[in-house]
Each structure stands twice: as structure tokens, then as C-alpha cells.
Design a binder for this molecule. Structure first.
Ligand code: ASP
Ligand code: MG
Length: 422
């Protein structure tokens, strides 16, 4: 018997029929002797529907007065799905109780629409579990010190589930979703992509930040900090499949880098089209240049990713970096208006048709030549690399967007990701 947290996404909670299936599945786990905590998302489309209603009445504004009400509004989606799930469980003969974040209490800071969880009180939940009830806790929300309802940002229910699992020291947090696990790459690009049985937490963190959208990145960070074992699995299996089979399905995000891990050097290929490259040409190569360029960009709340500064010639250098494509125009305008004249640079140029492709694997730590193999594969395909960035467990390249699928397929094959590793 163990304490288990289940998280169900919006699609899994999308209709009363699906909610009934979730209830039957959860009841099966409870009857097998587990203490069950369930964290549902709002029914699919509900959060969008609610936020659209607000915008019909008044266009979005960044101030706290408006954001506070957006949170109060959006939080009702999870409150409804949680209560419905409790009703469905009770109808299955399973005692169940639902709580909103503020009832638990899940304390957050007061950053409306993107609040961070600060603490979770486990007393009430434990008492219910000990009394044999399934406890359902709303995802996506909490309450600040002033008693205001807050939300954690879109997709935040993953983070709620992991944080609740951490607070309760759960045995495992199972994220039920509409995909059946984490894949070596996106199967829509590479049909031979394989589901990974296990992936290390660090690899998952890289993949989540590099564009794999299976889990909200903050939930992975949380899982890492509190060492919560996470499993991503499908909610579309029949609810009455064998519980042991279900418990070992999907992908386990693990902390033990030992024999459990698959023996592959590279675990996955991540990619992102949402990138753009900016270069500031002919800047004087003197102290403070990087700060002047990137500080200006950062002050406008634009995130910078890959950065390259070339060696200088005649005291001048070129400086390139990537930003999210949505921020591209804003960043170029800003640099032209503020940095170009201040630095006496020659020119600001850019390209919004680039993409980033990355290979990820903890095996890179102990194997040399992995990055050069990546470069060889790309050169054999005639793909020009524009920028490179590396960390201990990943190598990313920036290339022309039109070669993205070709690059991903070639790398997937070259690193044998279509072959089972064990
Ligand atoms: N319902 C929220 C959203 O749509 C939170 C979640 O589903 O994780 O963003
Ligand atoms: Mg989600």
C-alpha cells in the first residue's frame, strides 16, 4: 500500500463520461489498497472559455485588479471538475471529498496568473486519507497571504500535482494525459520514434525546456527539487486494465541513474521552431558590450537563448543571439533604436526563419565525440550550422528552419533511437 497522486489533464476530464472513467480507474487503485490523491485539470476548453468571457467584457489589462479577477474566474474550472469527480467516485461507492486550493491550504505568492507555490498544508488531506477517502485537490490554483485566489499559469495543474506529491511524500505521481509517454522525438516528425521506458530527470528537464510539450517545465523542476518520481502515461487505456500493467506503463522520470536507465548515450532529439536569430554587427570589442546589448533586451522582458560573440578584428566584433520568434520584431526595434546609436555599431540584422535542434542524453557526460557525430550527420545532409550551444547533457544547433525535419530524422537514425536500447 502506498500514497499515490494521480493527475488528469483536461481531455481526460472532458465529459461526464470521461470523468466517470477516471472515477472507475481511481476507485480501482483505491480498492487495491492505495491511499489516493487526485489532481484534475478543468474540463478541456473550459479555461479558454472562461477567459474569453472576461475579454468580451473588458480587453486584457496587466494590472492586479483585472488579473485578480481572471484568477478567481479561471480557478472555477478546476473547482467544477474536482467536485464532479468526487460525485462520480461517490457514485462508484468510493468515499471521496474535493478541495479547492484555498481549502487545503496551498499557499502561493501573489503574482496573479503566474503564482508560485510556497507551501502546502497536508493535515486535512492526511486526515481524510486515513479515514479511507479519496482526496481530490484542484489543480492550477492556490491562495495568497491576503486570501486571494491565484493561478499558476497555463498548464499549471502538472505543477500542482507534483507539488502535492512532494508535500505528501507520495510514492509516485502519475500524470495521465493524451499521449502515452515521453518519446525519443515527436512521432509526427519521425514515425519511428520510440516511447522511453525511463528517462532521467535531468534529461526530461532539458527536453521540456527545449520544446517537448509533454510536461510543464515548472513541474519537472519541482519534481527534481523534491525528488518526486513522476510517470507520464495514457488516460485512454481501458480503466479496468490490470493495475500492475498500468503502474509500469508510460515513461518513468527517474532519479536513479543506474541499471534502470536505458543504455543509450542519447535519449532524445528535441526541436523548436519558435526561434529567431539576431546579430549586432561591428560593435567595439570592449568591456560591457554584452551587458549593454543583452541587458537592454532583458530589461524588455525578452528571454535570450543561444549567444555567440565572435573574435574581434580591428577592435570590432559581431554579437549574435536567439530569442523567441514572438519577441523578434520587438528586440530588433529596440536594438536599432537604443543600442545601435549608443555603441556605434554598424548594423542589426536577423533571421526569423531558423530553428533549434538538440540532442539530449546523460550519456554525453561519459562519451566523447557525441557532438562531433552530430555535426558530421548534419554536414552529410548538407545542412549548415549557424550557431552551436552545449551543456553537459545536450548539444543544440541553430539551423535554417526548412531543414528542421530532415535534421531531426537524420539524427534520430544516426543515434539509433529507432532501435530499442536494451
Ligand atoms: N486548466 C488550466 C489550463 O488550461 C490548467 C491545466 O490544465 O493544467 O491551463
Ligand atoms: Mg495540461
Amino acid at each position: 500500500m502506498a500514497l499515490i497522486v494521480h493527475k488528469y489533464g483536461g481531455t481526460s476530464m472532458g465529459s461526464t463520461e470521461r470523468i466517470r472513467n477516471v472515477a472507475k480507474r481511481v476507485a480501482k487503485w483505491a480498492r487495491a489498497g492505495h491511499q489516493m490523491v487526485v489532481v484534475p485539470s478543468a474540463m478541456s476548453g473550459e479555461t479558454n472559455r472562461l477567459l474569453a468571457l472576461a475579454k468580451e467584457l473588458a480587453p486584457a489589462r496587466p494590472d492586479d485588479a483585472y488579473s485578480r479577477e481572471l484568477d478567481a474566474l479561471a480557478a472555477t474550472g478546476e473547482q467544477a471538475s474536482s467536485a464532479l469527480l468526487a460525485i462520480a467516485l461517490q457514485a462508484e461507492g468510493m468515499p471521496a471529498v474535493s478541495y479547492a486550493g484555498w481549502q487545503v491550504t496551498i499557499k502561493t505568492n501573489n503574482a496573479y496568473t503566474k503564482a508560485r507555490i510556497e507551501s502546502i498544508d497536508d493535515e486535512r488531506v492526511r486526515a481524510d486519507l486515513d479515514a479511507g477517502k479519496v482526496v481530490i485537490i484542484t489543480g492550477f490554483q492556490g491562495v495568497d497571504d491576503g486570501g486571494n485566489v491565484t493561478t499558476l499559469g497555463r498548464g499549471g495543474s502538472d505543477t500542482s500535482a507534483v507539488a502535492i506529491a512532494a508535500a505528501l511524500k507520495a510514492h509516485e505521481c502519475l500524470i495521465y494525459t493524451d499521449v502515452d509517454g515521453v518519446y525519443t522525438t515527436d512521432p509526427r516528425v519521425v514515425p519511428e520514434a520510440r516511447r522511453l521506458h525511463t528517462v532521467s530527470f535531468e534529461e526530461m528537464l532539458e527536453m521540456a525546456s527545449l520544446g517537448s510539450k509533454v510536461l510543464q517545465i515548472r513541474s519537472v523542476e519541482f519534481a527534481g527539487k523534491y525528488r518526486v518520481p513522476l510517470r507520464v502515461l495514457s488516460s485512454f487505456t481501458d480503466w479496468d486494465i490490470d493495475i500492475n500493467e498500468e503502474a509500469s506503463s508510460g515513461t518513468l522520470i527517474s532519479f536513479e541513474e543506474d541499471e534502470h536507465m536505458e543504455k543509450a548515450i542519447i535519449s532524445g532529439i528535441a526541436f523548436s521552431r519558435d526561434e529567431a536569430k539576431i546579430s549586432v554587427l561591428g560593435v567595439p570589442d570592449t568591456p560591457g558590450i554584452a551587458y549593454q546589448i543583452l541587458g537592454t533586451v532583458a530589461d524588455a522582458n525578452i528571454e535570450v537563448d543561444v549567444i555567440i560573440q565572435n573574435i574581434s578584428r580591428d577592435g570590432k566584433t559581431d554579437f549574435s543571439f536567439t530569442v523567441n520568434r514572438n519577441d523578434y520584431a520587438k528586440a530588433v526595434d529596440l536594438l536599432k533604436a537604443r543600442v545601435l546609436p549608443a555603441l556605434g555599431a554598424q548594423e542589426v540584422t536577423g533571421d526569423a526563419r531558423i530553428c533549434k535542434v538538440s540532442i539530449v542524453g546523460i550519456g554525453m557526460r561519459s562519451h566523447v565525440g557525441i557532438a562531433s557525430k552530430m555535426f558530421r550527420v548534419l554536414s552529410e545532409e548538407g545542412i549548415n550550422i549557424q550557431m552551436i550551444s552545449t551543456s553537459e547533457i545536450k548539444t543544440s544547433v541553430v539551423i535554417d528552419e526548412k531543414y528542421m525535419e530532415l535534421a531531426v530524422r537524420a539524427l534520430h537514425k544516426a543515434f539509433d533511437l529507432d532501435q530499442p536500447a536494451d
